[in-house]
Ligand binder design. Structure first.
Ligand code: IPM
Ligand code: MN
Length: 353
């Protein structure tokens, strides 16, 4: 298969983990006879420094024309510590989602057998956790009307029927592919927007008679994720709730450095780690490349390259089992492998399989 990939490395550890992601893609291309062509583009703080815009038009064009975007991370402390900064790296990410129409963010919450003890939750609780959070990504408070002066401020949690229908459809479709259990997470006891979500979900239920649907308030869902994560199969929720719940979900896996995600919609799909740019680790060769590498697996699986995706997942599992791990997940006394060394190990596993 031929694919044109837009490569957005962004800030902080982004370029280092991207390098490993691309090396893995190249190994797959060679093994399976695919042709992947990469088009690098700037974004985030890097792009603000270079051209004053965190998602410049040229980057948008490269993304728009590509078959997929492989993204790493954006963010820099000089903006985090300056609340008056008008232009921020994160705006680039939001602009990318909006302009590419990426309304569905797919975040799988999985565990790795040999890392169960890394979770702050008890091993017996997280052992069977395996669910997908589907987060609405282009609506809600992130994009609704905003206002701020010195005495008052507001954000509007605005959702329309078509926006709700299309994301719920993604939820129902995923449930059909999995254990047919969909949990709609909302705050319908307080929020009008949530009540519309719930109403529309009820209307859609008859179209998916095999799916067992339940409705859960977000406060309750956040608790249930901790006390019984194995309850969930597919969870669907609005933008802000999904942002919060997926960070919570990352604790189930034991490290943020392990979680990939896919964002899909009307335009070019984007594949990216859930974690951020970890500026303090920049250039130190200590960041875990696995979330980026698993994002590559999700990219390939999106284009139905299932065997290729599986090989990457096997390589990742095997690297963890063999203790080829970056410091944050290494066992006591174990050798600390660098970003590069973990990537190289995975590449050679793929080549030799
Ligand atoms: C995420 C991030 C972003 C979000 C930030 C960086 C704007 O936290 O992808 O979850 O809030 O969506
Ligand atoms: Mn987040």
């Amino acid at each position: 298969m031929k694919l044109n990939i837009a490569v957005l490395s962004g800030d902080g550890i982004g370029p280092e983990i991207m390098k490993q992601g691309i090396a893995v893609m190249d190994a797959i291309a060679e093994k399976f006879g695919h042709e992947f062509t990469y088009y690098e583009a700037i974004c985030g703080a890097d792009a603000i420094d270079k051209v004053g815009d965190p998602f410049p038009e040229t980057t948008y064009q490269i993304c728009k024309d590509a078959d997929a975007v492989l993204f790493a991370a954006v963010g820099h402390p000089k903006f985090d510590n300056d609340p008056t900064a008008k232009i921020r790296p994160e705006q680039g990410l939001l602009a990318m989602r909006k302009k590419l129409g990426l309304y569905a963010n797919i975040r799988p919450i999985q565990t790795f057998r040999c890392l169960l003890h890394m979770s702050p939750l008890k091993e017996e609780l997280v052992r069977d956790a395996d669910f997908i959070c589907i987060r609405e990504l282009t609506g809600g408070m992130y994009f609704g009307d905003k206002y701020q002066d010195d005495d008052k401020a507001y954000d509007t949690n605005y959702y329309t029927r078509p926006e709700i229908e299309r994301i719920l459809k993604v939820g129902f479709d995923y449930a059909m592919k999995r254990k047919k259990h969909l949990t709609v997470v909302d705050k319908a006891n307080v929020l009008a927007s949530s009540r519309l979500w719930r109403q529309i979900a009820h209307e859609m239920e008859p179209m998916y008679p095999e799916v067992n649907v339940d409705y859960m308030f977000v406060d309750n869902a956040s608790m249930r994720m901790i006390v019984e994560p194995s309850f969930f199969d597919v969870m669907v929720t609005e933008n802000t709730f999904g942002d919060i719940l997926t960070d919570e979900g990352s604790c189930i896996s034991g490290s943020m450095g392990l979680l990939p995600s896919a964002s899909i919609g009307s335009g070019t799909p984007v594949f990216e780690p859930v974690h951020g740019s970890w500026p303090q680790a920049t250039g130190k060769n200590i960041a875990n490349p696995l979330a980026e590498i698993l994002s590559v697996a999700m990219l390939l699986e999106h284009f139905n390259m299932l065997e290729e995706g599986k090989l990457i997942r096997d390589a990742v599992d095997e690297s963890l089992e063999s203790n080829i791990r970056t410091p944050e997940i290494q066992i006591d006394g174990g050798t600390h492998y660098g970003t590069r060394e973990v990537g190289e190990w995975i590449v050679s596993y793929i080549k030799n399989k």
